[in-house]
Design a protein around this ligand. Structure first.
Ligand SMILES: Nc1ncnc2c1ncn2[C@@H]1O[C@H](COP(=O)(O)OP(=O)(O)OP(=O)(O)O)[C@@H](O)[C@H]1O
Ligand SMILES: [Mg+2]
Length: 232
């Protein structure tokens, strides 16, 4: 509970978002300024030793990166109201899973989906946002299994909550990183924005639910818990 509260605070806290953003912008800006300077020198040189294409390539990449940073920032801070509808969770999950099937089969990841025996009630959801939330977790699971494994998606009815568990058979999250995974901009991937789980947590919190995980050397399970009655 305490940890969840802390995470909520972090999600509200502008400070950590600002410092993450600062960090994300600083590196490309530094690279830009160094390469602009190099470009200037090379253009002044009457007999440049190397062509300028490579330098311009770096400028392009970094400008592109900055654009991406701002885009993900806008997505994250956009506190739009949810558009809640009573929907079939089965339909929503099937749609989401369909999106990742090609990637999964390319990586030799088998997908298995388990639903409870009992018929599932409709769930109050913002379909688009919820799909995004689940997709982020599923993509992380796939990325944790670059050379194959098992993606298990399980729907559980417990009391007046519905839980969606996404498990992978990857290597798990190292102990020292476990407290950071929900932080905006925290990523261990060279091409990750680090916004995936931050966004997932924000969306599920907006639905009145929460996100937890269990991890170990045999894999990781993320659990998205949703109230069956909309309370927010
Ligand atoms: N299933 C998982 N197995 C192992 N590590 C994970 C898993 N899910 C998340 N992580 C760790 O948590 C970090 C943060 O995840 P998050 O989804 O927020 O960002 P990302 O995946 O790095 O980038 P993005 O989602 O923007 O592409 C990851 O970089 C990774 O280190
Ligand atoms: Mg991710």
């Amino acid at each position: 509970m305490e940890e969840r509260m802390l995470r909520m605070e972090r999600f509200i806290s502008l400070g950590s978002l600002a410092s993450g953003l600062h960090h994300e912008i600083k590196n490309p800006l530094t690279a830009l300024s160094i390469h602009v300077q190099l470009l200037e020198e090379r253009l002044r040189d009457p007999n440049p030793s190397e062509p300028v294409d490579e330098l311009i390539g770096v400028l392009n990449t970094e400008v592109h990166r900055l654009n991406g940073v701002l885009e993900s920032f806008r997505n994250f801070t956009n506190l739009q109201r949810l558009t809640i509808q009573d929907v079939s969770i089965t339909d929503v999950l099937e749609t989401t899973i369909r999106l990742v099937r090609p990637q999964a089969s390319e990586q030799q990841v088998e997908i298995s989906i388990h639903y409870p025996e009992k018929p599932l009630p409709k769930v109050p959801l913002d379909v688009e946002k919820f799909e995004q939330a689940v997709l982020n977790v599923i993509i992380n699971a796939l990325e944790a299994m670059p050379s194959g494994g098992m993606l298990l998606i399980r729907v559980i009815l417990a009391g007046d909550t519905l839980q969606v568990e996404v498990s992978d058979t990857g290597l798990g999250i190292p102990h020292e990183l476990q407290s950071s995974v929900f932080k905006p901009y925290f990523s261990t991937k060279s091409r990750g924005s680090g916004m995936g789980l931050a966004l997932t947590e924000k969306i599920i919190s907006q639905h009145g639910g929460n996100v937890t995980f269990q991890t170990g050397p045999k894999g990781t399970t993320f659990r998205l818990l949703l109230p069956l009655k909309q309370s927010v």
